[in-house]
Design a protein around this ligand. Sequence first.
Ligand SMILES: O=P(O)(O)OC[C@H]1O[C@@H](O)[C@H](O)[C@@H](O)[C@@H]1O
Length: 242
Amino acid sequence: MPVRETEREVVLTHPTDDTTNVHILKYGATVYSWKLKSEEQLWLSTAAKLDGSKPVRGGIPLVFPVFGKNETDEYLSKLPQHGLARNSTWEFLGQTKENPPTAQFGLKPEISNPELIKLWPMDFLLILTVELGPDYLKTAIEVENTSCSKELKFNWLFHTYFRIEDIEGTMVSNLAGMKVYDQLLKESYVDKHPVVTFNEETDVIYQNVSPERAIQIVDKGVQIHTLKRYNLPDTVVLESVG
Ligand SMILES: O=P(O)(O)OC[C@H]1O[C@@H](O)[C@H](O)[C@@H](O)[C@@H]1O
């Protein structure tokens, strides 16, 4: 069965290989596990909670309508870090394709976290699509402003945490020469390094990375992921442990 729904989650399994699957928690529509031939690809903190008591630490948290904390906008500034999508229970809209198995989830104000939507009273519709390929995972978001009169200001981010056993031998390539904002140093510079390595705590945003640049994650000389993006110009590189 390629798509299985339980009260808590939706599981997509690839029809040609049942060791390739993805688990999506309805809370936050958070992809918290993606296995390729039984190998887990995503990091999940040992302290992660999957019971809806707090946003999942790990997997692919969905960041909307604000990335980090907003200090200036009248409404966005009232929301907690990374907004309200990851703290709301999404509706499972169903399976849209058999192969590759594809499922959709929706979020609108009526079902959003009641405490948080009070702080950001906007009209919107989010449709998340998750497609499980035999050797890839594709996630896509549609954001619709359902108000006839109000502007909708928002950030969107797939805050993906990849699983890496030993970060010391890991590099991220194809970001050389890009403008970067360092969230820890609170400063901008052009990254002159040929590759990104992880010798110290890292939390940076590469700005306006063209969609033609496929970003690669190389682990001990082996290319383990190629990231392709469409209409998502900024790329966050951060290291997380624990
Ligand atoms: O701890 P949170 O709210 O899940 O956020 C995870 C990380 O998100 C990043 O985008 C922030 O720059 C980090 O500072 C933060 O640690």
